[in-house]
Design a protein around this ligand. Structure first.
Ligand code: SAM
Length: 298
């Protein structure tokens, strides 16, 4: 088996697809990596070694999984498509440190799995070429559960990667940037050309690194309330924060004065737009909201 070509090559991928009569399901975001160079770059950056346990989302036919298994102590890979399970049993048979779980990652008990399977490892890292149609739900689901994951290396649609890692006062900055910034230090690492996938996707891709913060960036007791305030500021990007907040609270227009005062107390000019506000600015707004029991979210 050792003289076999990497799965992440055009010829081996074609051969695997043919042997198993596999056809791509676009609805599951199936674009498989056919270039091992990209994979090596990600794994170098992720600094994976024998003490690292890796969680992969969507192994496909195992292109990335195989390379991770060569470096990491253990890989647990969640694949929703049942048709890929026999394929993976075949392609990954030379490796004894891989566990494939046939589940939807959005429904899986990842926390329980980490306790059961990965407790002995020094660190847990997520590495994935994500199904693009659910990138944000997957990441937010991992982060909101505060799973014991040290860092993430995830390939995604370029535009989403730019939003995730955006700084205030840029076009890509929004409530997603703030939510990610709350839990992690995120940055884009590398662009990925369409040609390294089979089939080639319609959109450009990018790799994002997210390092979980040991301490959250701001301290808020009610995260749901905090995120409602951040999202509410971006509902209509061109509007001022005051105007956006008029629709965020019940009878907002009647409470205009109170909302204005709230922003004033937080030392935020009510004419500013959401895109200019940092996560710390939103923390200040959140703190002052407690003094206005009349203001209820719609
Ligand atoms: N890792 C492989 C690679 O790089 O060649 C495949 C990546 S492909 C972009 C995304 C994979 O995620 C597909 O195999 C797809 O079937 C799987 N997938 C899609 N939705 C999923 C879900 N909800 N849970 C787990 N896997 C999912």
């Amino acid at each position: 088996m050792n003289d076999m070509k990497d799965i992440a090559t055009v010829s081996r991928t074609k051969e695997i697809l043919k042997t198993h009569g596999f056809t791509f399901k676009k609805s599951l975001g199936q674009n498989f990596l056919i270039d091992a160079n990209v994979i090596h770059k990600v794994l170098d950056r992720a600094d994976v070694n024998g003490d690292t346990a890796v969680i992969e989302v969507g192994p496909g036919i195992g292109s990335l999984t195989e390379q991770i298994a060569k470096r990491a102590g253990k890989v647990v890979a969640y694949e929703i498509d049942q048709r890929l399970i026999p394929v993976l049993n075949d392609t990954l048979s030379p490796y004894n440190n891989i566990k494939v779980i046939n589940e939807d990652i959005l429904k899986a008990d990842v926390s329980g799995m980490i306790e059961e399977e990965l407790a002995a490892f020094e660190e847990v890292v997520v590495i994935a070429n994500l199904p693009y149609y659910i990138t944000t739900p997957i990441l937010m689901n991992f982060l909101m559960q505060k799973l014991p994951i040290d860092r993430y290396y995830v390939m995604m649609q370029k535009e989403v990667g730019e939003r995730i890692s955006a700084e205030p006062s840029t076009k890509a900055y929004g409530s997603l940037s703030i939510a990610i910034d709350y839990y992690t230090e995120a940055k884009t690492v590398q662009n990925v050309p369409k040609a390294v996938f089979m089939p080639a996707p319609n959109v450009d891709s990018i790799i994002v690194e997210m390092k979980t913060r040991k301490e959250l960036k701001v301290s808020v007791e009610d995260e749901e309330k905090f995120f409602k305030l951040t999202r509410g500021a971006f509902v209509q990007r061109r509007k001022t924060i005051l105007n956006n907040y008029l629709s965020l609270f019940e009878d907002g227009k009647k409470h205009k004065l109170e909302i204005n005062e709230l922003l004033d107390d937080a030392e935020i000019d009510s004419r500013r737009r959401g895109e200019s506000l940092s996560i710390e600015d939103f923390e200040a707004i959140y703190r002052k909201l407690e003094n206005y029991p009349n203001l209820k979210f719609v």
